[in-house]
Design a protein around this ligand. Structure first.
Ligand code: NAD
Ligand code: ZN
Length: 367
């Protein structure tokens, strides 16, 4: 059996998707609909810390008196340690919530998914990193993205870094899929321009990797083709943050998430995971940095990516791999090569012969 023959045959989608400008106004109805799920009737709101100083952007969201509201710091990406610590605090406040609501970018959405799973699957977050290790349905969860691109609102995973093992890996499980999501393009208007591009490009990169891989299927390809079409329209337009563009990027993110749920990523994500785990770069900017070094593997997409970057006048850091120590290169190699499924998808079963230690070093030194 191929190592790619796991986890992606049954497609599990979000049950309910509310979409459109102003859709956020339905949040209380949706959350209240889940309150009967436990005796407590309590909701836990996990909200990106940006909104702590900008509460008016989320006027429609009104937690009830007994609900719990936690601001999630998205300065760093979620770790297994962070999620375990958060679980301790949450369990002390509420043993059985009715619904978990995540409002923010991929960091907050993934945190919400992990919390939902860990409430019903005991133990620590690290025990569930991998494929289909989550055994029970979690607490119902609602996802509300406020930045578009990662597709975290659609996928069956929540990505966590584990500094003990050096693994950046999700809880890949049907139980990690949101029950309900709200896609309101108005929520992304305040995203800073560079961040908007970096995160938006995650949708593009998911799909070019999937379309260039060995594991292909018509469903995944259809999602990917549509996502790429939307990305081109958005990132070659004069205003990638216009109302229409924000709306389209929200759709692209969702479709890209579905594409990747039906397929696999390729080379960019393992290298990007290396940059995250070893050097602390965030996922989406790390992807963009890596993409600049991918002319050998994805020549046409590399050119197209650079044209979109130039059209939107975006600065992507360069030269970061130049002065690293041998130890850092060793760690980068290990943190990259460990991602066997995407690497196999991109290069086949000889991926270790192609990506030798020296080759991986050369690629990192070039970016
Ligand atoms: P993020 O959560 O890292 O947030 C990026 C920045 O944007 C933060 O500073 C945040 O405060 C800010 N922000 C968010 N919404 C805003 C708004 N409306 N206005 C102003 N600022 C806003 O964003 P991301 O790039 O969406 O997520 C990256 C994370 O997603 C990584 O941890 C990555 O591993 C994860 N990820 C998950 C999946 C998945 O399928 N679960 C897929 C890809 C990436
Ligand atoms: Zn990604």
């Amino acid at each position: 059996m191929s190592i790619l023959d796991t986890g992606v045959k049954n497609i599990c989608n979000v049950k309910n998707v509310r979409f459109g400008v102003g859709a956020i106004s339905e949040v209380n109805d949706i959350v209240n609909g889940f309150r009967h799920n436990s005796q407590s009737g309590r909701a836990i709101f996990l909200v990106d810390h940006y909104f702590q100083s900008k509460p008016s952007n989320l006027n429609a969201v009104s937690p009830q008196e007994n609900d719990i509201l936690i601001y999630v710091c998205s300065d760093s990406e979620p770790t297994t340690f962070y999620v375990d610590d958060l679980m301790k605090k949450l369990r002390a406040k509420c043993s059985e919530p009715s619904v978990i609501v995540g409002i923010g970018g991929g960091v907050t959405l993934d945190t919400a998914k992990a919390v939902s799973n860990l409430y019903t699957n005991l133990g620590s977050a690290a025990e569930y990193q991998g494929w289909d290790l989550v055994k029970k349905q979690g607490i119902p969860k609602v996802g509300i993205p406020t930045i578009s691109g990662t597709g975290a609102e659609a996928t069956r995973t929540c990505v966590l870094s584990n500094y003990d093992t050096g693994l950046k890996l999700g809880m890949n499980s049907d139980y990690s899929v949101f029950d309900s999501i709200i896609l309101d393009p108005d929520l992304t208007a305040s995203v800073p321009t560079d961040q908007y591009f970096y995160t938006g490009m995650d949708a593009y990169i998911h799909c070019i990797e999937s379309l260039s891989g060995r594991y292909r299927n018509n469903l995944g390809d259809a999602y990917s083709d549509m996502t790429l079409e939307l990305c081109r329209e958005i990132f070659f337009s004069d205003d990638m943050k216009s109302k229409d563009a924000r709306s389209n990027l929200m759709i692209a993110s969702y479709l890209g998430g579905n594409a990747i749920a039906a397929s696999y990523v390729g080379l960019v994500h393992p290298f990007s995971a290396g940059l995250s785990v070893v050097l602390g770069y965030h996922h989406c900017i790390a992807n963009c940095i890596v993409m600049l070094g991918m002319s050998e593997f994805y020549p046409e997409y590399h050119k197209e990516f650079c044209r979109m970057r130039d059209k939107q006048n975006i600065k992507i850091p360069t030269g970061i791999g130049k002065n690293l120590s041998d130890r850092e290169h060793d760690r980068l190699y290990e943190a990259t090569i460990i991602h066997e499924k995407p690497l196999f998808n991109a290069l086949g079963d000889r991926y270790r012969e192609i990506l030798t230690r020296d080759k991986v070093r050369e690629i990192f030194e070039g970016i």
